[in-house]
Design a protein around this ligand. Sequence first.
Ligand code: ADP
Ligand code: ZN
Length: 209
Amino acid sequence: MKIILLGAPGAGKGTQAEAICKHLSIPQISTGNIIRAALKNGTEMGKKAQAYMDAGKLVPDEVVIGIIEERLQEDDCKNGYVLDGFPRTIPQAEALDKMVKIDKVIDLEVSDEAIIARMSGRRVCEKCGATYHLLYKKPKAEGVCDICGGTLIQRKDDHPDTVKARLEVYHKETEPLIAHYKKQGVVKRVDGQEEVADTTRLTLAALEA
Ligand code: ADP
Ligand code: ZN
């Protein structure tokens, strides 16, 4: 099955994508992860993408379309995959339409307010990278990592202003994809729940319906 996960940044796409992939034994293809890996490895593409990413902007269409075109030709894609973070614009969706026929689009809905609250409470250990949340996953001592004693900080792209900028881009560029795929009759809406496991249950059910 070829699946797209659509949803705002911070809606929990990545977590749901992982759950589907495990359930169906198919690969998860995340453009965000591919770009971050390129960045880490210092490739040309990574260097080009960094400024866009840091500003909460989208990387140019031709760059991500190229990434996906290559990735979908790999062997592990034969039995399907979950696209997580692609397509994010109408030109990207049109390019994908020319490459493959998508079976299902999961539209993961979470309100902007809930996303902002979730992301602005997120903290990460400066030293070991462990993640915490001021409401949902508190460290034992305020501002200190349980695991290594490091200082907990807020990531640049989790700052409320950056989150708001990313949400604006989502509503303007990505949300129109829901209508695009509705025309193909493949959209299933899933409302994000308070508990991740509940959302996963709804997501897996939506794939069978
Ligand atoms: P999130 O879903 O939380 O925004 P991602 O890891 O999917 O995080 O993406 C991080 C960043 O990578 C985006 O803000 C954007 O700059 C870039 N990016 C990822 N996928 C795409 C895409 N399909 N088109 C353009 N830019 C992308
Ligand atoms: Zn730590």
